[in-house]
Design a protein around this ligand. Structure first.
Ligand code: C2E
Ligand code: CA
Ligand code: CA
Ligand code: CA
Length: 278
């Protein structure tokens, strides 16, 4: 269980670890960890539900501090956003994720990468140029790189968001609506913002085979996504039955513990070697 003890902008975050006193996670530690390159970008495979095989991975940041232990991204990302560190963290994540996928593409040149973008960097000068030039350095076509944005993020500054998404799409990058269906104006933003992918939130996938209204909802979201020309991805697939249900419902891609948990990049790369494929 995690408890927040925030004191103003750069307040520490208290973390309860099993059987221990709450630990303070100060902003300064995160800044140090970033500076010392102690964060890691873990990769969670994304499966092609209809044809089988991996299409790529989502990059998920991990912070394992030598003293305070693992701090989950749900804690340190918001802290980075409040303190302005998110800019540095995002550029680090872009560089690291692209480097990892470049290595993976030496084994399988079809693989892509999905990177989470915080709204705090939407207006950042040079973001799209940096993505384009870094991808070019690694010989990664922009189409193999997808930027994930949430509805909440888009609503912080809809005009800036629209400009960013337009520029990303014009440059050939993928754009995914992350956590789709959990916000309050999902349909309105589908109309307004350009994108290439829709990721159905885990809340709809969790008990898909059994919850009475989950299946018609998920079917409708898949149909809606397809009508708009979007690739539809389901997140949080935790069992075979859910994956089967999604396949029958026409879902394109899936991600979840049943397929594979997020793993360190080195482990992900090892899994690509001939004979190691699952
Ligand atoms: P998200 O973008 O929605 O990422 C999916 C989350 O679901 C990840 O949590 C992933 O580990 C988890 N997950 C995947 N499959 C399953 C499953 O089958 N069951 C369950 N219960 N969970 C599953 P994680 O890695 O803890 O990340 C949490 C959130 O932190 C992410 O949610 C994303 O919003 C944010 N985040 C992580 N890394 C970054 C980053 O580098 N930059 C930004 N801006 N946000 C990040
Ligand atoms: Ca995501
Ligand atoms: Ca998500
Ligand atoms: Ca989420």
């Amino acid at each position: 269980a995690f408890t927040r003890a925030l004191q103003g902008q750069q307040g520490p975050v208290a973390i309860h670890q099993a059987g221990e006193e709450p630990l303070q996670v100060p902003y300064a530690r995160l800044r140090e960890a970033l500076g010392a390159n102690q964060l890691e970008a873990w990769l969670q495979p994304i499966l092609d539900v209809q044809h089988g095989g991996m299409v790529g991975a989502e990059s998920l940041s991990r912070w394992n501090d030598p003293e305070i232990g693992r701090v989950p991204p749900d804690r340190f990302i918001p802290m980075a956003e409040r303190t302005g560190l998110i800019s540095e963290l995002t550029w680090w994540s872009i560089n690291t994720s692209l480097r990892h996928v470049a290595q993976a593409r030496r084994v399988d040149p079809t693989l892509g990468i999905a990177i989470n973008l915080s709204p705090r960097v939407f207006g950042e000068a040079g973001l799209v140029e940096h993505l384009a030039s870094t991808a070019a350095v690694w010989d990664i076509p922009p189409g193999a790189v997808t930027l994930e944005v949430t509805e909440t993020a888009l609503m912080v500054d809809p005009d800036a968001s629209e400009r960013l998404l337009r520029r990303l799409c014009d440059a050939g990058f993928g754009v995914a609506f992350d956590d789709f269906g959990t916000g309050y104006s999902s349909l309105a933003y589908l109309k307004r913002f350009p994108a290439t992918e829709l990721k159905i939130d885990r809340a709809f996938i969790k008990d898909l085979p059994h919850a009475p209204r989950a299946l018609p909802l998920v079917r409708a979201i898949i149909e809606l996504g397809h009508q708009l020309g979007l690739v539809v991805v389901a997140e949080g697939v935790e069992d075979a039955e859910t994956l089967d249900t999604l396949r029958q419902a026409g879902c394109d891609r899936a991600q979840g513990y049943f397929i594979q948990r997020p793993q360190p990049a080195a482990e992900f790369l090892r899994g690509l070697e001939p004979g190691a494929r699952v």
